[in-house]
Ligand binder design. Structure first.
Ligand SMILES: NC(=O)c1ccc[n+]([C@@H]2O[C@H](COP(=O)([O-])OP(=O)(O)OC[C@H]3O[C@@H](n4cnc5c(N)ncnc54)[C@H](O)[C@@H]3O)[C@@H](O)[C@H]2O)c1
Length: 586
């Protein structure tokens, strides 16, 4: 069926975006709101957004006027009677949507398609409120609808194949990528996204890290376009709350219980950007400019660190040595054998040469940086270091021996840091006579590129040591975020359960790695989907991190999906073995 005219019910955050997308594709659109004031507010929302596109030179004035000319607003539901397709985008309440579907059924032509933009409610419940359940489908856009590529098409047990085909063709005509999925709460993207967002909100609510640090961690550590709390504010905290509730109703899983703070925001009327206040305060309602940003940590104060020791000769050790030397520090790289220290310094040299060949660095500067790094086989050569960063294998007994050795060899006021990603830092602090001067500095791989460093404070770490470490991390041009000593810190704690959920979704047969990866890339703007990411990280590493999270928190959420364990047993570890969730053998 050729869709020539679109009806949209509700012109809030999503409805207004859908109107704009359809008008841009050349369709006539009529939207319905409850009162004349809300019709005006909806129209203004659309105009503001189109105006922004003009300001950014994405659209010329003529095109903008033409688009606006194709959109009309009304308070009469009957005015969508001649549309072939209606998409509702009213608030996420089932009773409201069911009532709307019943009324739409009465005014629409028999062959018209009724669609819902619900993020989490069962589409079948709306379908059975009509006399045409076979012509009802979920048409789920992502926020902002103008930008995000993905549309999830949700087919119920009753939806006709022809309706799915028409909806697919229509989504493509709008320039979107449709992914078809079955009717269960959260579909693909939200079922993976919301437990993650809820967990980030809980982390903030518990005071584990600041909102800026949580958001920066996921942006800089995972390349997400927005941090989870800023994203919740964009989505709208009322929608987010309802989505968590709907997930909980369907799966009865504790991870979906909305974090108490969300409810408090809701009651206070802090619904996120749309009301000008949520996790952040904004300059005005619907503004994206944060008005109460906290000043960045560690921009004041000096670290008093000039000589840096690095213990280890692997990927992380050579990366950290390079970063510190680049910032002008004198670096002593300590390894166990001549061959390994040579290889490690060679890795720095190679990385610097690459920068020179790309024109990012002068040869003379590269020589100078390399000249700042000396290597040694002896802990005693680290005696005068102001800080030593340990980056050896992720093995507690090995690290414990190194910390004992460092404590004996390095001057008493030096800071001892571990770059562990999953062990308890306090276990290392406890074997030294200076637990107040021990902390975690969790760099990300590859260290020369990734900006983020998690500053992990134990119960024993002193304020001064934390502050100096933060200043040092700033001085080597990295972005410090503060957290405490518990498994996963910020990034892994939020990232790995989400990866685990993706495996479970695939294991249950709800969707495929390809579709799940597409949904997270195109619906949430992630640089890669969970399966592509796990294949790079390594399935063995993924399993080890989940096990350490599970060991610490003992919740089902962290228990590795059986499929992951089986794949590791089979030796399918990802790219490094040529096979993981995808096959790399060709
Ligand atoms: N916000 C998101 O990120 C997002 C993303 C995808 C899908 N969704 C889903 O889209 C739907 C709308 O969410 P939103 O964020 O746009 O909400 P919103 O609160 O921004 O907008 C809802 C609009 O519906 C209007 N409305 C309420 N009752 C109505 C009625 N009976 N008739 C006509 N208009 C009515 C309201 O005046 C308001 O303008 C929800 O189902 C939500 O779950 C939201």
């Amino acid at each position: 069926m050729e869709i020539s005219k679109l009806g949209v019910i509700g012109a809030g955050t999503m409805g207004s975006g859908i109107c704009e997308v359809a008008a841009r594709a050349g369709l006539d659109v009529v939207f319905v709101e409850q009162t004349p004031e809300e019709v005006s507010a909806g129209r203004e929302r659309i105009e503001r957004s189109i105006e922004r596109a003009v300001e950014k030179n994405k659209l010329n004035r003529e095109g903008a006027d033409e688009m606006l000319g194709r959109i009309s607003g009304t308070t009469e539901l009957a005015d969508v009677g001649d549309c072939n397709l209606v998409i509702e985008a009213v608030p996420e309440h089932l009773d409201l949507k069911k009532d709307l579907f019943e009324r739409l059924d009465a005014v629409m032509a028999d062959d018209a398609i009724l669609a819902t933009n619900t993020s989490s409610l069962p589409v079948i419940d709306m379908a059975v409120a009509t006399k045409r359940p076979e012509r009802v489908i979920g048409f789920h856009f992502f926020n902002p609808a103008q930008v995000m590529q993905l549309v999830e098409l949700v087919r119920t047990v009753a939806t006709d194949q022809a309706v799915v085909d028409d909806a697919k063709a229509f989504a493509e005509r709008l320039g979107k990528t449709p992914v078809v999925c079955r009717d269960r709460a959260g579909f693909i993207a939200n079922l993976l996204l919301f437990p993650y967002l809820n967990s980030a909100a809980r982390m903030f609510d518990q005071g584990y890290a600041s909102r800026e640090d949580i958001d920066a961690s996921m942006q800089l550590g995972c390349g997400h376009p927005m941090g989870p709390l800023a994203l919740l504010d964009l989505i709208g905290l009322d929608s987010a709350y309802e989505i968590c509730e709907a997930l909980w109703r369907q799966f009865r899983d504790d991870q979906d219980v909305p974090t108490p703070l969300l409810k408090q925001f809701l009651v206070a009327g802090y619904l996120g950007r749309k009301t000008g206040r949520g996790f952040y305060r904004y300059e005005a309602p619907e503004s994206s400019k944060v008005a109460d940003a906290a000043p960045p940590v560690g921009t004041e104060g000096t670290a008093n660190i000039t000589t840096v020791g690095v213990v280890g000769t692997g990927l992380m050790a050579s990366g950290i040595a390079e970063v510190a030397a680049k910032a002008g520090n004198t670096v002593i790289l300590r390894g166990r054998s001549e061959a390994s220290i040579k290889k490690s310094k060679g890795a720095v040299e190679k990385s610097l040469s690459k920068a020179v060949s790309k024109g990012k660095l002068e040869q003379a500067a590269a020589d100078e940086i390399l000249g700042r790094i000396t290597t040694s086989l002896e802990f005693s050569d680290l005696a005068e270091c102001d800080i030593v960063v340990e980056a050896v294998a992720e093995d507690l007994p090995v690290k414990v021996e190194i910390f004992k050795e460092l404590d004996r060899s390095v001057k008493p006021d030096a800071i001892l840091a571990s770059t562990t990603s999953s062990l308890s830092v306090v276990d290392l602090a406890a074997v030294t006579d200076r637990p107040d001067r021990v902390l975690g500095l969790h760099f990300f791989n590859p260290a020369p590129i990734m900006k983020l460093v998690e500053i992990v404070r134990t119960v024993a770490t002193s304020d001064n040591v934390e502050e100096r470490s933060i200043s040092w991390i700033r001085s080597i041009k990295k972005h410090p975020v503060r957290c405490r000593d518990r498994a996963g810190f910020i990034v892994n704690f939020l990232l790995f359960p989400y990866l685990n959920d993706a495996i479970r979704m695939h294991e249950e047969g709800y969707s495929t790695p390809e579709d799940i990866d597409a949904a997270m890339k195109l619906g949430c703007g992630h640089p890669m989907g969970p399966f592509a990411l796990m294949d790079i990280v390594g399935l063995d590493v993924t399993l080890a991190i989940l096990n350490s999270l599970h060991q610490e928190f003992r919740e089902r959420r962290y228990a590795p999906a059986p499929l992951l364990e089986h794949m590791v047993s089979a030796g399918y570890l990802g790219r490094k073995t040529g096979r993981g969730f995808y096959d790399y053998s060709q």
